[in-house]
Write a protein that binds this ligand. Structure first.
Ligand code: PFF
Length: 437
């Protein structure tokens, strides 16, 4: 449940739709699903396996299993990646809180789609309010991690997540019954193969890793808490399927409405914040559903931010031998600063850009397009080439019956298929050669 809570978050409901919108619709979805199945699921299994075998934080896990210090760098990579994710993720989570407030004040009612777009643009480019909610969300996450109430949150989210799914389904029903909805469904499900470019493939890979929380050791940290009789393969399948269902449902809730309302699907991070309020205004009971939706979205974001902060806290407290509380406070303070800068970088008066990209975009870019795929690459190499076969076999066969053939096939995947595929996708994007022709 904790791993599912980590996986399902803003990545599914906010990031996935806008990536689909910017990267050509169904063609992106197709490649995304291939990346989840062929690369994401094996990497998730590897992360669980490393974590449970070593029973330590990311750096400690690599040190224990490799018997040396070289791989500890992976722990550092994970912490750096977690830092960049939180820097922009908290900003978006903060937007979610603003939208709970706006929904509760019934401020979406009577606004046209243009009005909602203008509202979002004004809000996200102002300085104070986004910053306020950003800090509130950080404090909330810090509180949960320090008070050690993650278990309670997970228990709640187990009850609440079905409601999020239910509201998503209701949104889908409303969206697909709008005029011209079929154009949106075609955009999402009818692939136009000419849209596939190297950038689309790398974006799909990055999105798959982001959505499944892979490549930075989150699932290693959670793997270290998994019971020894748990069947890891079943857990991987459950988390991945649930995560993908939530992403696809978000797509179905959004794109028919996008086309029905004449919204530009490629407009980027604001897509969901403009489209869904429009759908709520056209739905019976929309007032209540809008509040519930943004509350549940914030809880889904919280179970993800907890897991990302946990990577940093586990690392700092175990490697520097300090209490979890101090580790959590120090890391949160650092993130308050970086995420405030990200938030302000979108501001009208405080716009901070570097080579034409805002700090917010830089963090997102670094994480999904570079750090996570690189992390996944090395995790595959580690399991394929540096873990003992006995460790791998033991972990795969706890709570499951696996044949030697399966273990060999898995190792082959991790030795060759996954690292080579990730490398090719990178080289292709860099223009070293052209995979597509
Ligand atoms: N998977 C989360 C989401 O889709 O929102 C984001 C995330 C959580 C990324 C944890 C990385 C991570 F370690």
């Amino acid at each position: 449940m904790a791993a599912a809570g980590s996986a399902v978050g803003l990545g599914n409901i906010w990031k996935f739709p806008y990536e689909v919108g910017q990267n050509g619709g169904a063609a992106f979805l197709l490649i995304y699903i291939l990346c989840v199945v062929l690369l994401g699921m094996p990497v998730m299994l590897s992360e669980f396996l490393i974590g449970r075998r070593a029973r330590a934080n990311v750096a400690g896990a690599f040190r224990k299993l490799s018997g040396g210090n070289r791989w500890v760098l992976m722990g550092l990579l994970g912490v750096v990646c977690a830092f960049f994710i939180l820097s922009f993720y908290f900003v978006v989570a903060g937007w979610g809180i603003e939208y709970i407030y706006q929904a509760a004040c019934n401020n979406f009612a009577g606004k046209t789609t243009d009005g909602l777009a203008r509202f979002f643009a004004d809000f996200s480019s102002s300085s104070f309010r986004p910053l306020l909610w950003d800090v509130v969300f950080i404090l909330l996450t810090l509180y949960v991690v320090v008070a050690g109430v993650e278990k309670g949150i997970e228990r709640y989210s187990k009850i609440l997540m079905p409601f999020l799914l239910l509201i998503l389904i209701l949104l889908c029903v409303r969206s697909v019954t709008m005029d011209n909805a079929s154009a949106g469904l075609a955009f999402l499900f009818k692939p136009d193969f000419s849209k596939i470019t190297p950038t689309v493939i790398l974006s799909a890979l990055g999105q798959a890793f982001f959505s499944l929380s892979l490549g930075l050791g989150c699932m290693i940290t959670y793997g270290s808490y998994i019971r020894s009789d748990n069947n890891l393969m079943r857990t991987v399948a459950q988390v991945s399927v649930l995560d993908t269902i939530v992403a696809v449902l978000s797509g179905v809730a959004i794109f028919p409405a996008v086309f029905a309302l004449g919204i530009d699907p490629a407009q980027g991070p604001q897509l969901v914040f403009v489209t869904l309020p429009s759908v709520f205004t056209q739905m019976p009971g929309g007032y209540i559903f809008a509040i519930l939706f943004f509350v549940l979205l914030s809880i889904a974001a919280l179970t993800s931010t907890i897991s990302i902060l946990e990577i940093m806290v586990a690392f700092v407290s175990e490697e520097f031998h300090c209490s979890r509380k101090n580790a959590a406070i120090v890391t949160s303070l650092v993130i308050v600063i970086s995420s405030a800068l990200c938030s302000l970088s979108l501001g009208a008066d405080t716009r901070l850009t570097l080579f034409g990209r805002t700090l917010f975009d830089w963090c997102d870019f670094l994480v999904s397009k570079i750090l996570m795929p690189v992390g996944g690459f090395f995790i595959a190499i580690f399991v394929g080439w540096f873990c003992s076969k006995k460790d791998v076999r033991d972990e795969l066969s706890h709570g499951a019956v696996v044949s030697e053939w399966f273990v060999n096939a898995f190792l082959f995947l991790m030795r060759f298929v996954v690292p080579i595929a990730i490398l090719l996708i990178f080289l292709n994007e860099l223009g070293v050669f052209d995979l597509l022709s």
